[in-house]
Design a protein around this ligand. Structure first.
Ligand code: C2E
Ligand code: MG
Ligand code: MG
Ligand code: MG
Length: 293
């Protein structure tokens, strides 16, 4: 089942890559209305502890239900949103929606079950001084423990304004939220960033995970996870699609993982069902042979 949904996801992605110049113009004109008229939706992908198989959190991933084109993946519109500056408004909607959803789930779960939420932040949002107040407001408004909110920044785009970004990230971190470097390892200055920025989590780019063919980790993957350990930060592996990737990552002590093997991003209701089942069954089976619970 997970594999089938994964295939849908790939088709969605390929469609998104073929947006023509004309379509981009049209989408640009439509996007402002989309944000205010309820056309955005969040999907949630479970984040799983590789050692226990338990779901520890969700990553919120935005979709656009375009009135004529149907559901669009972020690759089709995040770039446009960044060009037009609408990403600030879009990102604000995502932040509030995700925080509200997290609080709802936290209040419904048994008291001993912890759940966190990851939200992707565009570097354009990070450029706004007001982002710190926005995050503080969202945390306060929904009564969240700030440590259960993670902000994911893609390190490839933190290039031009290193100083500003560092002080802004420090201010965010002082709110008590966690900072993750997304797609870690593919940016050309990854090691500089991880040394300079206040980071709690390295999200290892899925291209490294895809490089695992048998159940042996690649040397680079092993080095990244070891680096995380030395720095005292957690490592999350993206794009786990096969059980041998899971066991290789588990074997080198990678903390957390996401990927179609566990679940693709799903709607809120389906996520909650998955979470409840995961709690009942004591987690996904993360032993080396067969993985799904
Ligand atoms: P990301 O933050 O690195 O998110 C992971 C992407 O990998 C998601 O694509 C997810 O569906 C996909 N993925 C998860 N597991 C697997 C797997 O096992 N195999 C493969 N091949 N892919 C997997 P999605 O949802 O299309 O999002 C793409 C990117 O769009 C995200 O990459 C993120 O950079 C951006 N994005 C998504 N939502 C937001 C948002 O609310 N704000 C901003 N600024 N960017 C967002
Ligand atoms: Mg992310
Ligand atoms: Mg990523
Ligand atoms: Mg990405």
């Amino acid at each position: 089942l997970a594999k089938e949904r994964g295939k849908d996801r790939v088709e969605l992605f390929e469609e998104a890559m073929h947006v023509s110049a004309f379509e981009r113009l049209e989408l640009k004109a439509d996007l402002a209305r989309a944000i205010t008229s309820g056309q955005l939706a969040l999907m949630y992908q479970p984040v799983v502890s590789l050692q226990t198989g338990r779901i520890t959190g969700a990553e919120a991933l935005v979709r656009w239900d375009h009135p004529r084109r149907g559901r669009l993946a972020p690759d089709a519109f995040i770039g446009i949103a960044e060009e037009t500056g609408l990403i600030v408004q879009l990102g604000q909607w995502v932040l509030e929606e995700a925080c509200q959803q997290l609080r709802t789930w936290q209040l419904t779960l048994p008291p001993d079950a912890a759940l966190s939420m990851s939200v992707n932040l565009s570097v354009r949002q990070l450029e706004q001084a007001s982002i710190v107040q926005s995050v503080r407001d969202a945390v306060d408004q929904f009564g969240l423990d700030p440590s259960t909110l993670t902000l994911e920044i893609t390190e490839t785009v933190i290039i031009d304004h290193m100083e500003t970004d560092r002080s802004r990230l420090t201010a965010l971190k002082e709110l008590g939220v966690q900072i993750a470097l997304d797609d870690f390892g593919v940016g050309y200055s990854s090691l500089r960033y991880v040394d300079d920025l206040p980071v709690d989590i390295l999200k290892v780019d899925r291209s490294f995970v895809g490089g695992i063919t048998d159940d042996q980790p690649t040397p680079v993957l092993e080095a990244i996870v070891a680096l995380g350990g030395r720095l005292g930060v957690h490592t999350t592996a993206e794009g786990i699609e096969h059980p041998n990737q899971l066991s290789a990552l588990k074997g080198i002590g990678c903390d957390l993982g996401q990927g179609y093997w566990f679940s693709p991003p799903v709607a809120a209701d389906a996520f909650f069902e998955l979470l409840m089942r995961n709690l009942e069954h004591g987690g996904f089976d993360t032993s080396s042979h067969d993985g799904e619970d």
